[in-house]
Design a protein around this ligand. Sequence first.
Ligand SMILES: [Zn+2]
Length: 205
Amino acid sequence: MPSASGPAHACLAGLRVVLDPGHSPERPGASGRAPDFPREHELNELQADWVARRLAAFGATVEIPGGDDLARIGRCANGADCFVSLHHNAFDGRDHHTFVCVASRSASTGSVELAAAIAARVGAALKLPLRKDAGCPPGVVHQSLAVLRAAELTDCPACVLVESYFVDAYGSLRECEARSLRAADAIAEAVIGWLCQGLTVLDRT
Ligand SMILES: [Zn+2]
C-alpha cells in the first residue's frame, strides 16, 4: 500500500488505477424508463470520465481499457493498484439500494475493504440503503462475474464492481446524470481515501 506522505494533491503519484465503464455501444446494459434515458453504458462512461479526472488530479495514472472482452479487461488490472468497474442497475422501476460486487470466493481482503468503502460513500451520497448480504460488510456482495474473476487472478490488490443505483426509478436523463455524477464523486473519494491509507480527502479539486 502506498504511503500517505507528501501533499494531498499528489498522494496518488506513481499509482495506477484501472477503470472499466461497463458494457459498450453494442451491448449497452440496463435500460431506464425516461423517454430521453441514456443507455447504461453512457452513464458508466460519464462516471469513468469523472472518476478519472479526480484521480488524475491527485497524481494517479488512470487507464480505461474499453471494449466487451471481459477477461481481457480484467487482465488489465495486472500491475494496477486498484480496479474499479462502473455499472448501473434496473429492475422494477424503484431505486432499491447501492451495492459493490467482489468476486465470489477469490476476492482479496483489499477488494472487500475497498468495496465496503465505496458502498458506504455512494449510499450516503445518493441517500440509499446498502444491500445487506449475510457474512459481508454492508453494501458488499460476492458475485461470480467474469471481469472480477479475471481481475482477481492478477496481482492487483483490490478489484470491485460498483452498482451505484437503479436507473429505471428516475424520470429524466438530467436526473440520472446528476445522480451518476454524485455517485462518481463518492467513488473517487473512496478510492483516493483507500489508496492514501485513510488520508481524509475533503477538498474538491
Ligand atoms: Zn451493467
